[in-house]
Design a protein around this ligand. Structure first.
Ligand SMILES: NC(=O)c1ccc[n+]([C@@H]2O[C@H](COP(=O)([O-])OP(=O)(O)OC[C@H]3O[C@@H](n4cnc5c(N)ncnc54)[C@H](OP(=O)(O)O)[C@@H]3O)[C@@H](O)[C@H]2O)c1
Length: 303
């Protein structure tokens, strides 16, 4: 039985542990924190369904140790790794090769390990597009979008993906305002037809910004833990808003999704993103489509 999660120290002494896995551990998600991640819950049934003798584990890696951890994964014969909060920028900086989209989006959430080399991809951006279209019945190029937490790895990827899709208006909000300066330039260079607006993070400012957008994306971790503040005053939401929370919780809706539902807004949860980005990661690792329905059932259907 694998542990709920492993550590960098476990990776450094992998010879003591590797014999305890049957089938062998060949895929992992790294982050800090990591115990909450539901990635193993969908990837392990997918591996079984495809007859692949490998298992997917969680490994908690502190900031600053992504390079070392990926080198260790490569040495131990791993095939691939997902990177979650807060490692998507650090991962980008340590790849041997990075695919075009991941470069454009400015973050890596999927690493394929081939012949000891690290190849970086981003499936958050395309996963966001697929899940949003499925939940809202609308394409991003039709929508005015506000991304709160746009300075983080996931928020930046979503913002850039919206610019690539040429959404008419893109509002970028981040707690640390200075992190948005290069993103706003990148968005302008990507889409001259998108009006890019920098927004300050205050309830007053958000009130006017939210009044003029269709889709609101929470790309901060607020909502991961019980008792977290909401990213903004939920009374600013109306039933014409589309609300996308990248965060998911162990059980039930996040407070933001609850608040959005209570005013009749359409919603999309982080679980839908997890599913779509995970299916695309699987395809990068194995070169063929993932068993999407198996993964969906593993995430959404309760026994
Ligand atoms: N469902 C999925 O499959 C999926 C995929 C990707 C991401 N996510 C979720 O998205 C969230 C962000 O992930 P990430 O990889 O982008 O992390 P990250 O790179 O560490 O970025 C975190 C972002 O959130 C902001 N932030 C952090 N703590 C905050 C707080 N207390 N108040 C306000 N803003 C805060 C940061 O602002 P500063 O710049 O001011 O620090 C930054 O913009 C995580 O919860 C992650 O689990 C989910």
């Amino acid at each position: 039985m694998p542990k709920p999660f492993y550590t960098l120290d476990d990776l450094r002494h992998w010879d003591d542990l590797s014999g305890t896995f049957e089938p062998p551990a060949k895929l992992a998600v790294i982050g800090d924190p990591i115990a909450h991640s539901k990635s193993p819950q969908m990837h392990n049934p997918a591996l079984v369904a495809q007859g692949i003798a490998a298992q997917y584990i969680r490994v908690q890696i502190p900031t600053g140790c992504v390079r070392e951890s990926l080198q260790l994964f490569a040495q131990h014969g791993f095939l691939g790794v997902n990177c979650t909060i807060p490692h998507k920028f650090e991962a980008l900086s340590v790849m041997d090769t990075t695919d075009h989209l991941a470069m454009q989006l400015g973050a890596v959430n999927t690493v394929a390990i081939r012949n000891g080399k690290l190849i970086g991809y981003n499936t958050d951006g395309p996963g966001f597009l697929r899940s949003a279209a499925e939940a809202f019945g609308k394409e991003v190029h039709e929508l005015r979008v506000l991304v709160i937490g746009a300075g983080g790895g996931a928020g930046r990827a979503v913002a850039m993906q919206c610019a690539i899709e040429k959404c008419p208006e893109l509002v970028l909000v981040n707690r640390t305002f200075d992190k948005l300066h290069d993103l706003v330039i990148a968005c302008h260079l990507t889409s001259s037809s998108t009006k890019v607006i920098l927004g300050e993070w205050s309830n007053e400012k958000l009130k006017s910004l939210l009044g003029n957008v269709d889709l609101v994306v929470n790309a901060t971790p607020l909502g991961m833990n019980q008792g977290d503040n909401l990213p903004f005053d939920p009374r600013l939401l109306t039933n014409r808003h589309l609300v996308y929370d990248m965060v998911y919780r162990g059980e039930g809706d996040t407070s933001l999704i609850e608040a959005a539902k209570s005013v009749g807004a359409k919603t999309c949860s982080g679980l839908a993103l997890l599913l779509h980005q995970g299916a695309l990661s699987f395809q990068h690792w194995f070169g063929s489509p993932a068993p999407f329905e198996v993964m969906k059932k593993a995430l959404f259907v309760k026994d």
